[in-house]
Design a protein around this ligand. Structure first.
Ligand code: ACO
Length: 322
């Protein structure tokens, strides 16, 4: 059992869809601006009473069904999110309880948009160390609850959802290499100013929302994502042309195009969901993986590179055979 292999995937998207035309009525923007600058056409938004753990449970049930595993088969739970229900207990414990998964490690991963990749890379290490046989790994966000809906710089970008995978120890090739990184010097470019140590972005008020210097984030993201992709390929001794699919974090179509170009991959080899989902942060990569698998494009045995970049900055990639 030398590999960590995907045994099932699932996704959940909230019912409510907000289009660019809806946003035109809310802030000074246009469908044309949003589409050409970001690639986003619509996004799903959670209902006020819905939480991240609600969406995790829905996505996890689908992944478990496909993998043919029940709660008692799962021996680790990871939830990557930047919009957890609570500061504690962590979201993974809430999900574990609601799915009836017996006592096991339940780990919350907080690395902004890279949270799912961090979680999957960590699950891989536990499985390869022989300490886990079947792990539930989720990336989920209700990030629209953290957005200032009067700020056109950020509110047009984000959406909600959850993506889940079941990974198992396997003899067949699965995850081949992972690569994680972070550089904390960039905190001021992208952050959410609330925690146990509260930094209020509007002096004298309790209001908080995502703080982002978009164009600066853009520049570092383009540079970093290209490097991250090449580093994991080099680590695995795999050539760029061997890749069947790139499944990137869906933040911005222009960032994705730049990464694909750096890898010498045509856009036909990229799974794109940004147009329908917007930037769902930690949920974007597992949901895109699920979309690609379920519509039949991503086939068993193919070589897939997943990668993400987010606040921190954090970044990471996973190279695997599906
Ligand atoms: N509608 C119309 N005009 C707008 C809008 C909008 N929604 N938003 C900004 N503009 C205006 C700006 O005010 C600016 O106007 P000005 O020139 O008069 O000042 C102009 O458009 C250009 O603004 P820029 O910020 O330079 O535009 P840019 O081309 O960089 O696109 C964007 C902005 C889409 C945010 C881009 O920079 C981006 O995608 N950045 C990366 C975001 C990202 O990847 N985040 C990381 C993940 S999030 C996470 O980790 C939680």
């Amino acid at each position: 059992m030398n590999y960590t292999k995907i045994a099932g995937t699932g996704r959940y998207l909230p019912e409510k869809i907000l289009t660019n035309f809806d946003l035109e009525k809310m802030v000074d923007t246009s469908d044309e601006w949003i589409r050409t600058r970001t690639g986003v056409e619509r996004r799903h938004c959670v209902a006020p009473e819905q939480t991240t753990s609600d969406m995790c449970v829905e996505a996890a049930r689908i992944a478990m069904e496909e993998a043919g595993v029940g709660p008692a088969d799962i021996d680790m739970v990871f939830v990557g999110t930047t919009s957890p229900d609570l500061i504690f207990p962590n979201c993974a414990t809430l999900v574990q309880h609601r799915l009836g998964i017996p006592a096991c490690p339940a780990i919350g991963m907080e690395a902004a948009c890279t949270s799912f990749i961090y979680a999957l890379a960590t699950a891989d290490k536990y499985i390869k160390a022989g300490e886990s046989k079947c792990a539930l790994v989720i990336g989920a966000e209700c990030i629209t609850k953290l957005v200032d809906w009067s700020d056109r710089n950020t509110c047009v970008l984000f959406g909600d959802g959850a993506g889940a995978v079941i990974v198992k120890a396997s003899d067949e090739p699965g995850i081949i290499a992972t690569h994680l990184g972070a550089d904390g010097q960039y905190k001021e470019l992208l952050y959410y100013p609330v925690g146990a140590s509260k930094e209020l972005h509007k002096a004298g008020t309790d209001e908080a929302s995502i703080m982002m210097t978009g164009n600066e984030v853009f520049k570092v993201a383009v540079k970093t994502l290209g490097n991250v992709a090449l580093e994991v390929l080099e680590k695995a001794g795999v050539a760029q042309e061997e890749l069947d699919w790139l499944i990137p974090h869906q933040a911005n179509i222009r960032i994705i195009q730049a990464t694909a170009k750096r890898l010498g991959l045509p856009m036909e080899k990229v799974i794109l969901t940004v147009q329908d989902h917007g930037n769902t942060s930690a949920a974007s990569v597992p949901m895109a993986l699920d979309v690609g698998r379920r519509d039949g494009r991503v086939k068993p045995g193919q070589l897939v590179l997943m990668e993400a970049f987010g606040g921190g900055f954090t970044w990471g990639s996973v190279l695997m055979r599906v």
